[in-house]
Write a protein that binds this ligand. Structure first.
Ligand code: FDA
Length: 435
């Protein structure tokens, strides 16, 4: 496709003409800095050197998203969707390509949640947070839940786009596995549901990573049943020899536990913290742990029985008795610096490695998780001809995230966005035509 020449003045004019006043923020708008920083979570990207968007469109209706995409496509300005702003590399609001201005379509105000208890389903808009979603479900039924991530301020839009896992993973899989329909704006500015986008496109938006296949406005979810009472426990073991034994054994025990139970470990400094959610009562926890992992020494006294929504609060804020409304707090200021690395471990880590420092991370052939984005794996490269990103270059990081599915994702990209309008430093490139 021929490159559209960039005309930022016409782009801003197009937005001003077609969008209501008050939702377009240019760099000269007084509230531009606060609107930009509202959902930035990582202080690494709040520096004078971080390239900022030309414009932020704070959509309050799907039509606004369509208009932003159409104006962008017509005047050569790319738009990046932002839902919860939790991207590990800040790709929803910053660009490494200083030569090309870009805009943000911010979906934070598009956050309605409609739960239908009878059909055990819900429609949720992309700008809702996981905390808002869990709160909305629990307000309608104490016996329904949803298997997504732990962080309550994470945005639905980016999270579902990249898979999304939490403490019900073992029983119910990823958040994206429970998406049964979606409404999105494609590169032509059309509003498409599952039937209109087709199954390949629908497959790609559920795990292929955000920012490549269009802007998803809302998602239809199949909710899952949760028992009236679930059980949690957290036990700390000092990081000495016996903790190394526990960690070594945990690797074999955790995948073999009944699927109603997850046992995860957070190792920090000199502390190994074993945390568990069980979709049942304490008696079940004690029986299972006594049989399968007696060395951990979990007893009745470690159990806390509670409702599922209380367990969400427990793991989000570490403690009991917190008000449910804490799940609605989106936070307003970036509060920490972080850099994430992920790895998919195929073989148990040997005991002596647990005893050393964590140098086992990031060996060749590692499998990374696209929702824990890591630009150290590589970034897209573009030729000077206005064409899409290089497929060959992108394979390095693309196959670390997606293995063999990377090629299929690139084929979908070539089909739905051949001009590579929706792009970022690690977006899926269009698969080149054969020959
Ligand atoms: P953000 O708005 O930054 O978007 C992320 C990417 O998706 C960007 O490329 C963006 O352009 C694109 N995008 C955003 N909205 C889109 C839309 N509507 N349509 C299409 N593309 C869109 N993960 C996990 O699996 N389990 C967990 O428990 C946690 N916990 C957690 C806690 C904290 C504190 C952080 C910072 C992150 C996590 N994560 C996580 C990772 C999280 O799932 C990941 O960062 C998500 O992509 C964040 O989604 P947001 O909408 O918040 O991000």
């Amino acid at each position: 496709a021929a490159a559209t020449s960039v005309n930022t003045t016409d782009f801003v004019g197009c937005l001003a003409l077609h969008l209501p006043p008050g939702i377009v923020y240019t760099q000269s708008s007084e509230s531009y800095p606060s609107v930009l920083e509202f959902s930035i979570k990582n202080l690494r990207f709040v520096t004078p050197a971080t390239p900022t968007p030309l414009v932020i469109v704070k959509a309050t209706h799907a039509t606004h998203v369509r208009i932003a995409v159409r104006c962008g496509a017509a005047h050569g300005v790319r738009v990046r969707p932002r839902s919860g702003g939790h991207d590990y590399e800040g790709l929803s609001y910053r660009s490494l390509d200083a030569a090309h201005p870009f805009a943000i379509v911010d979906l934070a105000a598009l956050r309605a949640i409609r739960v239908d208890v009878r059909s055990r389903s819900a429609w949720v808009e992309s700008g809702a947070t996981l905390g808002e979603l869990y709160y909305g479900i629990a307000n309608k039924s104490a016996r329904l839940g949803f298997p997504a991530g732990v962080g309550p301020t994470v945005g639905v839009g980016g999270h579902f786009s990249g898979g999304g896992f939490g403490l019900m993973l073992r029983k119910y899989g990823l958040a994206a596995d429970r998406v049964v329909d979606a409404v999105m704006v494609d590169a032509k500015g059309r509003l498409l549901d599952r039937a209109a986008m087709g199954e390949d496109h629908f497959w790609a938006i559920r795990g292929g990573g955000g920012g490549s296949f269009g802007i998803v406005v809302s998602w239809k979810l199949q909710l899952v049943r949760v028992p009236a009472i679930v059980t949690v426990f957290t036990v700390h073991r000092p990081r000495n020899q016996s903790a190394s034994d526990l960690l070594t054994k945990w690797q074999n025990v955790a995948p073999a536990l009944p699927r109603d139970m997850i046992l995860r470990v957070v190792v920090q400094n000199q502390d190994a913290q074993f945390e568990s959610l069980y979709l049942g009562r304490c008696a079940g926890v004690v029986a299972t742990m006594t049989k399968m992992f007696p060395e951990l020494g979990v007893t009745r006294r470690d159990c806390i029985e509670m409702s599922w929504i209380e367990s969400v609060l427990y793991f989000a804020f570490y403690g009991t008795g917190k008000p449910k409304e804490m799940l609605l707090d989106r936070g307003t200021k970036p509060d920490r610096y972080f850099k994430g690395k992920s790895d998919f471990v195929h073989e148990p880590i040997p005991r002596d490695v647990w005893e050393s420092t964590s140098s086992w991370f990031l060996e060749d052939g590692a499998g990374a998780y696209v929702n824990y984005k890591d630009l150290d794996l590589g970034v897209n490269e573009y030729g000077g001809d206005g064409a899409g990103a290089s497929y060959e270059t992108a394979r390095v990081w693309g196959e670390a995230y997606f293995k063999d599915n990377f090629e299929r994702l690139a084929a979908v990209k070539a089909m739905v966005d051949p001009a590579d309008f929706f792009r970022n430093e690690q977006s899926i490139p269009p698969l080149p035509l054969p020959g």
